[in-house]
Design a protein around this ligand. Structure first.
Ligand SMILES: [Zn+2]
Length: 362
């Protein structure tokens, strides 16, 4: 065995140590239930842990872990790669009727939404193979990611499998919020709850990834809000790019005194920049909401500890008196309006300018 050189195993899992130890205890005691539910916000590694468990259930060398090197571990990796390629291929199909044609499930299978939903045909296939013996591995493991997206017409089918647990198969459901599942489904699974990862773990991950320099790390830790996935992909330049026009916008509406003091040029440039990226307008808006939330903390409770954009605290405090709670209320209505109107393809720049004028007129 080459324990010391492997970079596999549960030790590589970041955050949520309580979830990892529950899983390892189950494995060590040979008490992994037939149906598990991993729940908690996106980006915490629920699916990753589910797949690790699937490998550990099959590893030829280790009992409460997986080696990544034995025949079963390598087979499991191959199955996962093939599954992912198959899902991608199906998602790209133009002809929706063909998306579920010829579904073949491996002993280790990831079941994910192909459209907005996990389709009836996918769950039917799950049920068909759940009661059969695995071909190549010791145990079948079916991981249903985004289980809340199982099509309503397929929920009963899934429930039937949970009600008559197959003895050859472990079923692992993964979802952000267990209350989005029907209670009959929820109650048949042993639930493992994931929580946002501690700031210290995120900070050291950001340091290791090396994309965020030390002066920006506190901000990045707050911005990714305990999500390992977000920490791994956090792009400080992109973050600044998205935030800059909001800062300009708020600088104008948050500081202006007399109409003559208003820097209309900066204001119009900012609304133009905000409205420009139509494709990602939702991201732009969520940045706006994040700044609004921070301002509410500062204005309402002077609660700096909850502020995400920590580097902007002096500015928040400068804008707070001018905006006040009434101004923030207006800002929120403006963001809500922009959120709703993006569906109607409205002119967002005009909307934001109207909002600015409204705020300045107070
Ligand atoms: Zn192994």
């Amino acid at each position: 065995m080459v324990h010391n050189t492997r970079s596999m195993g549960f030790d590589t899992f970041l955050g949520n140590p309580q979830a990892v130890s529950i899983v390892r205890d189950m494995l060590a005691g040979g008490r992994v239930p037939g149906a598990l539910l991993l729940a908690g916000p996106d980006g915490l590694g629920k699916k990753t842990l589910a797949l690790m468990l699937a490998k550990a259930l099959n590893c030829e060398r280790l009992r409460d872990d997986f080696c990544g090197e034995c025949r079963h571990c390598r087979k499991a990796d191959g199955m996962l790669t093939a599954t992912r390629e198959d899902l991608d291929r199906r998602r790209q199909m133009k002809d929706s009727a063909r998306r579920t044609e010829g579904l073949v499930y491996f002993d280790l299978q990831l079941v994910e939404p192909i459209t907005r939903y996990i389709l009836v045909e996918q769950v039917r296939q799950l049920r068909n193979i759940a009661y059969t013996r695995p071909f190549e591995l010791r145990r079948r493991v079916l991981v249903v990611d985004q289980a809340q997206a199982v099509h309503w017409q397929a929920v009963d089918l899934l429930l039937k499998v949970l009600e008559e647990p197959p003895d050859t198969t472990t079923l692992i459901l993964v979802c952000p919020n267990s209350f989005e599942l029907r209670s009959t489904i929820r109650s048949r699974c042993s639930q493992i709850q994931f929580v946002p990862v501690e700031d210290a773990v995120i900070a050291s991950l950001l340091e290791k990834e090396g994309r965020v320099n030390a002066s920006r790390r506190a901000l990045a830790v707050r911005a990714v809000a305990g999500s390992v996935a977000k920490a791994k992909t956090f792009d400080p330049a992109e973050f600044e790019r998205r935030r800059k026009p909001w800062i300009d916008f708020l600088e104008v509406v948050g500081r202006a005194g007399k109409p003559a003091d208003v820097d209309w040029r900066v204001l119009f440039d900012s609304t133009k920049a905000l409205a420009e990226d139509r494709e990602n307008f939702e991201d732009t808006l969520s940045m706006g909401y994040s700044l609004l939330r921070d301002l509410v903390y500062v204005v309402e409770s002077n609660d700096d500890a909850r502020v995400t954009n920590v580097d902007l605290l002096p500015r928040f405090k400068a804008w707070a008196p001018r905006l006040g709670l009434a101004g923030l209320e207006k800002l929120k209505d403006g963001l809500d309006g922009a959120y709703q109107s993006q569906i109607r393809n409205a002119n967002q720049q005009l909307g934001l300018e109207a909002l600015a004028i409204d705020l300045l007129a107070r």
